[in-house]
Design a protein around this ligand. Structure first.
Ligand code: ZN
Length: 121
């Protein structure tokens, strides 16, 4: 993949990550707001937000999306981004732009989905 495309996706993924972290921060804010009445001690939002493990506060879907974003950013660093992890072919840019965390080309993805359907019944 061309360096300018790698940078394009790095920007996309970094923005997505920031949105997720903001969501996590917002969740903490709400939790603190809710628990304020019950707590004798002042809860310091700033220190809660400074928590290095902010992303650990994400749950379920968001948590797994965050893992995928981190993986995609790692693959950009290793210049592996945009290669299908199954067949090694380039993944179409259009597909990557729609879903930057994808790690499979469309034909491998379809093949995987077919297999999943076969065993899901
Ligand atoms: Zn493939």
């Amino acid at each position: 993949m061309k360096p300018e495309h790698l940078e394009e996706f790095r920007t996309l993924l970094t923005e997505e990550k920031r949105r997720l972290l903001e969501k996590a921060a917002h969740t903490i804010e709400n939790e603190i707001e809710l628990s304020k009445d019950d707590m004798a001690d002042d809860v310091d939002l700033a220190s809660a937000l400074a928590d290095q493990n902010l992303s650990l506060r994400l749950r379920g879907r968001e948590r797994s999306l965050m893992d995928k974003i981190d993986l995609a950013l790692e693959r950009i660093d290793n210049e592996e981004f945009g290669e299908c992890v199954v067949c090694g072919d380039d993944i179409a840019l259009k597909r990557l732009r729609a879903r930057p965390v994808t790690t499979m080309c469309i034909s491998c993805k379809e093949e995987q989905e077919r297999r999943e359907q076969m065993y899901s019944d």
